[in-house]
Unconditional design. Structure first.
Length: 293
């Protein structure tokens, strides 16, 4: 694996790859790579002749003034072990030089779910992802369904902007207690991680109610909220909702395709979780999960 530490250094190498006609898979990250990222990279390497990983703590999707902690050398080692052939890293001065002013606007979709709590988050995620896709020009780009808004809206943006890239949605990667792999949760003691697992239990309870014929969104929402309020102790509920999978706007009835989504917080950590239910099979069996022991 070759690690290039700037976009300027990466451009001639990327041009050589494009001229070769060989397939490229890309995985775009903020850094602090973990086993979930490894699964994405492994899939990109398996399905393509080259797997490119990008590492940059994208400041437009992070809390203003916050410092994202990551170890670039450790990230490079994980990417290499997972099958990446190139890692591209960069810094603020290159990514956001003076005068930068271009952001993707996807209307009300950027003010829903996660971004109803952090208004800048989804717009920053999608803008950042599309910038990396424009740079690397992959055949396929891989996004985990842990971040439902990002995965679905990057796909929407690529289609709307006529970008010739397949956006691959990879099932959410969870531990057996239901908690998705997340750098925000990694330092929590096991008892609190188990508490966070209540979000997946609430989502699954609502899905089973939907499978049984209950379509009223207010009933599903109340069921999720009630379960979480019973099981949470150090966290509290921020919201539980049912939204359309295309617009992310609240619905009165859960009709395919829809998203069940919840958010909890302890004041310092916000945890978002959801199920994108787009087909009858996903309603019956639940969206696919990659389980880790």
């Amino acid at each position: 694996m070759k690690h290039v530490r700037s976009i300027a250094e990466a451009r001639p190498l990327l041009r050589d790859l494009w001229r070769s006609g060989e397939t490229i898979g890309s995985v775009h990250t903020l850094g602090a790579l973990h086993a979930g990222h490894a699964k994405l990279i492994e899939l990109a390497a398996r399905e393509n002749q080259h797997a490119i990983v990008t590492v940059y703590p994208n400041k437009i999707q992070l809390f203003p003034g916050s410092r994202y902690v990551y170890d670039l050398e450790a990230d490079a080692a994980l990417a290499r072990a997972s099958g990446a052939t190139m890692l591209i890293s960069s810094e603020d001065a290159e990514m956001f030089p003076p005068g930068y002013c271009t952001f993707l606007d996807q209307l009300e979709r950027h003010r829903a779910l996660n971004s109803s709590v952090f208004p800048y988050a989804t717009r920053g995620q999608v803008t950042g992802s599309i910038r990396w896709i424009n740079l690397t020009r992959p055949t396929r780009s891989y996004f985990g369904m842990k971040d439902i808004e990002q995965a679905l809206l990057v796909e929407r943006a690529a289609a709307d902007l006529l970008i010739d890239c397949e956006i691959r949605h990879v099932p959410c990667i969870r531990y057996r207690n239901g908690v998705p792999i997340s750098s925000r949760l990694v330092l929590l003691p096991q008892a609190r991680k188990d508490e966070v697992g209540a979000t997946y239990a609430a989502l699954e309870a609502a899905r089973r109610m939907g499978l049984g014929g209950e379509a009223r969104a207010d009933v599903l929402t109340k069921a999720m909220a009630t379960l979480l309020e019973e099981r949470l102790s150090t966290f509290r509920l921020v919201y539980a909702t049912v939204v359309d999978a295309g617009t992310f706007q609240p619905v009165t009835e859960a009709r395919l395709p829809f998203v069940l989504h919840v958010a909890i917080t302890d004041g310092a950590i916000h945890h978002f979780d959801g199920l994108a239910i787009r087909t009858e099979d996903e309603l019956e069996r639940s969206p696919e999960v990659l389980w880790l022991d």
